[in-house]
Design a protein around this ligand. Structure first.
Ligand code: MSP
Length: 798
């Protein structure tokens, strides 16, 4: 542990009823990044994690596993400990609530609470009888008004956990007397709960806000008293015995929360650790356990005469491939498998970069691989290897001696040097996504700097700027590697080794104090992140998608038409079109079936009833199919789905895509032809069919070669065309897809113009492909091309 101002941070302690999954790893990884950041920034850090081993839930799981409870706890706790090693977690302690030191601390806090009076001068703890609802899965008590009843008459907590009725003698904590104190505490400590939304949630719980409807329908919010909290159980014994009344065991949350004190020596409040580290700087928790940490915990602490932690942050939850992680769905993702496949750094990076920290998000392999390749392998890894390889080749494998820095060097170095202060803000707000984004923004500046300076050309030209440019790049790499250590500890260490940066020159002080020393010999560089074989992955994905699509298509047909209705492919075509529209970017915004085909089914009432019954289900299946295919909430690039729709189209008997092409040779340079094609004003001059005349168009050819056009046809329908324009070795390619205005299905066809220049002539090949009904007839294309030729060859074009 380094010197400096103390910083104490904790993860929740994990229940040992479950095997570790990525949800648990997420909390720990985020806390670890912060702990590492603080250490590098000179703080004396105490970072605590561990396992929560008491309570009814654990006891039940041990029985179900046929094991003695302690043996069961020992086993599962060990699995959590292994995950900390696997994920490269730098915790200073791993606590278990079955340890004797913790039993001692829990009993001590009970006594301290009992010894003090509540703010209203009453005993904080009293004996009574609990009669109410309890959810073993959450280890939480719920009021009747919080529950919902399912079709089978079973009652559920807001978390979805089933509740059971409980009646037993119990000690109570007089939480009701702490209501005003808590509200006042939140008011005076605006940073106590993060992010902001969770704070509102907590305050509204403590106010016990309820909406009441008056007979005239108006709603008012009334506030109620907080109810006292049951803090002991008598119907089982797996817990910490209540001091002086061992028939009771302490409520598992009171015992569990106390772990944060145990680890720093409580009840010895005079110990070195306790004096240094209490109150804790941060409890990192998931959003589901915010009530325990922001309501019960501060009240327990204040009642025991202890200070309250400075901050609690409630992060969001991960779903997996669009679904809640659960044992029943068997979709939990084990950190071990992920780390085995991708490495700890990549998984850590993905977790901290992919979601705004605090929000919920979805975990998918597809997204993970995408991130690894774009940000790590092709991003940081590629950049560093380019810089280091150029130093090897052009500077005799030694850190070059820079000359005078030019304005561009100073600018890039300046943005790298200003990173630390930005990261301090992001880390203090637990905005890990912002921290990584900020670092990667400098990386992209640095990439641009390489492109602009082209050091390989400088080398060829013997430019004396080369050592300064490469020194600038090496210094920027050192900054990036140093600052990325909290997130990518192993890769950053590897990179700093490759930069010849000593082990004692890697903290944030070293950023300014230990610049790279010219002349230092550097080892031959190697890649820090290998790029992942996307192709084999996508093959696998495609095979999976195809099997799924076939199965879903069959289901949809069955659901739509039942066994008695003969399958009519024309009708099915509607379904495909709808699927397509649903994915055309609209599914996220509600994506329902808007186009009711009932009116078009000129069939009997019986069929219409079949349709009605099946429609809802079909909709659901279609959405699931899309989600499953894309492995995501349809936020995917539309082109991925396009293949799928076409496949579905064919599987279901739709006609295969048509493809047709026409060639025409025109005596004009490609630039002129291109202009005539993309400039909306010129286009209306040669296209010349009534439908297209008078179309209002906005057209924009962007610097990156993307071309977008949108407008309105004369019949009032809007259209969109999107395309790309590229020049490859004097051959020009313009490809665009459009939505046909004549076919309401919204199916897209792709039109591609290849322009090849030879002996002053340009051959234009127009190829169009897409589902039947979306293509322009061949004859029409011939007319169009002839008109284009006439136009660009004639005098009006210039
Ligand atoms: N034992 C209690 C905590 C006591 S702290 C004094 C507990 N344990 S837990 O194992 O159920 O959950 C521990 C942490 O894992 C929580 O922060 C929870 O939010 C987090 N996660 C569990 N599943 C998760 C996801 N699917 N996604 C993100 N985090 C999730 O609660």
């Amino acid at each position: 542990m380094s010197g400096g101002q103390p910083y104490y941070l904790t993860t929740p302690i994990y229940y040992v009823n479950d095997q570790p999954h990525i949800g648990h790893a997420y909390t720990t990884v985020a806390t670890d990044a912060l702990a590492r950041f603080m250490r590098l920034d000179g703080r004396r850090v105490m970072f605590l994690t561990g396992t929560d081993e008491h309570g009814q839930k654990v006891d039940k799981s041990a029985r179900a596993a046929g094991l003695d409870t302690q043996t069961f706890c020992d086993r599962v706790s060990q699995n959590f400990r292994e995950v900390t090693q696997l994920m490269n977690i730098s915790n200073d302690q791993f606590i278990r609530t079955t340890e004797p030191r913790h039993i001692k601390a829990s009993q001590a806090i009970w006594r301290a609470i009992a010894a003090h009076k509540s703010p209203k001068g009453r005993d904080n703890i009293y004996l009574g009888k609990y009669a109410g609802w309890y959810a073993v899965r959450d280890e939480a008590f719920y009021g009747e008004e919080e529950l919902t009843t399912d079709a089978a008459g079973k009652k559920h907590a807001p978390s979805g956990a089933e509740v059971e009725w409980l009646e037993e003698p119990s000690y109570f904590f007089r939480l009701s007397d702490w209501q005003d104190w808590l509200l006042d505490y939140y008011e005076r400590h605006p940073d106590f709960i993060g992010p902001e939304g969770r704070r509102t949630e907590v305050v509204s719980f403590v106010c016990q806000e309820k909406r009441v409807k008056a007979p005239d329908g108006t709603e008012t919010v009334i506030k109620g008293p907080l109810t006292d909290l049951s803090i002991s159980r008598t119907s089982f014994s797996w817990g910490v015995p209540v001091p002086g009344d061992p028939k009771h065991v302490m409520y598992v949350w009171l015992d569990a929360l106390t772990n944060y004190l145990t680890a720093i020596g409580y009840p010895d409040t005079e110990s070195e650790d306790f004096r240094s580290f209490w109150p804790a700087d941060l409890h990192m928790v998931g959003k589901d356990i915010i009530r325990f940490h922001c309501v019960y915990w501060p009240a327990f602490l204040a009642a025991a005469g202890l200070a309250v932690p400075k901050r609690v942050f409630g992060h969001g939850w991960w779903t997996v491939e669009g679904q809640k992680m659960s044992k029943t769905l068997a979709n939990t993702v084990a950190p071990k498998l992920l780390v085995g496949e991708f490495g700890a750094d990549a998984v850590r990076y993905f977790m901290l970069r992919e979601l705004p920290f605090g929000s919920d998000g979805d975990f998918s392999r597809h997204a993970l691989i995408g991130r690894i390749n774009s940000d790590l392998a092709h991003g940081l890894g590629n950049f560093a290897q380019r810089v280091l390889s150029m130093i090897q080749l052009y500077c005799d494998a030694k850190v070059p001696l820079p000359g005078e820095f030019a304005a561009t060097d100073v600018r890039l170095l300046g943005s790298a040097r200003s990173l630390l202060s930005k990261l301090r803000i992001a880390f203090s707000e637990q905005a890990f996504h912002k921290a990584t984004e900020t670092i990667w923004a400098v990386l992209s500046d640095a990439d641009l700097y390489i492109t602009e300076h082209a050091p390989w050309e400088m080398h060829q030209a013997g430019s004396d700027r080369l050592p300064t440019v490469l020194y600038t790049l090496a210094e920027v790499t050192r900054h990036l590697a140093t600052l990325v250590q909290p997130v990518l500890p192993a890769a950053a260490a590897d990179l700093l080794d490759q930069l010849g940066q000593g082990r004692d020159s890697r903290d944030f002080v070293a950023l300014a104090a230990h610049p790279l020393s010219p002349g230092t010999k550097l080892p031959p560089p190697h890649a820090i992140f290998p790029a992942l074989e996307l192709s084999s992955f996508s093959r696998e994905l495609q095979a999976k998608a195809r099997a799924l699509a076939q199965q879903r298509a069959r289901h949809i047909l069955e659901a739509l038409y039942g066994k008695t209705v003969t399958i009519d492919t024309a009708m099915y075509r509607e379904e495909i079109s709808r699927l397509w529209r649903m994915c055309g970017g609209k599914i996220n915004g509600g994506g329902g079936i808007s186009d009711d085909p009932k009116s078009r089914l000129k069939k009997g009432k019986a069929e219409r009833n079949v349709w009605d019954a099946a429609k809802g289900e079909a909709q659901q299946r279609a959405q699931n199919a899309i989600k499953a295919l894309l492995q995501e909430e349809c936020a995917e690039d539309i082109t991925t789905y396009k293949d799928e729709v076409e496949r579905l189209w064919r599987i279901c008997g739709g006609k295969p895509d048509k493809r047709q092409s026409q060639d025409v040779t025109i005596r004009a340079p490609p630039e002129r032809i291109f202009d005539a094609l993309t400039n909306p004003k010129r286009r209306t001059q040669w296209w010349g069919k009534p439908d297209y005349q008078g179309a209002q168009m906005e057209s924009d050819l962007r610097a990156d070669g993307r071309w977008v056009q949108s407008g309105e046809w004369r019949n009032g329908k809007s259209f969109q065309v999107a395309g790309v324009y590229r020049t490859v070795d004097r051959a020009h390619l313009l490809a665009f897809s459009w939505r046909s205005c004549t076919d309401k299905s919204g199916l897209e066809s792709l039109v591609q113009f290849d322009l090849k220049e030879e002996n002053g002539n340009t051959t234009v090949r127009v190829t169009q492909s897409g589902p039947e009904g979306t293509l322009l007839p061949e004859r029409r294309w011939e007319e169009v091309l002839a008109s284009l030729r006439k136009y660009v060859e004639g005098p009006t074009a210039s």
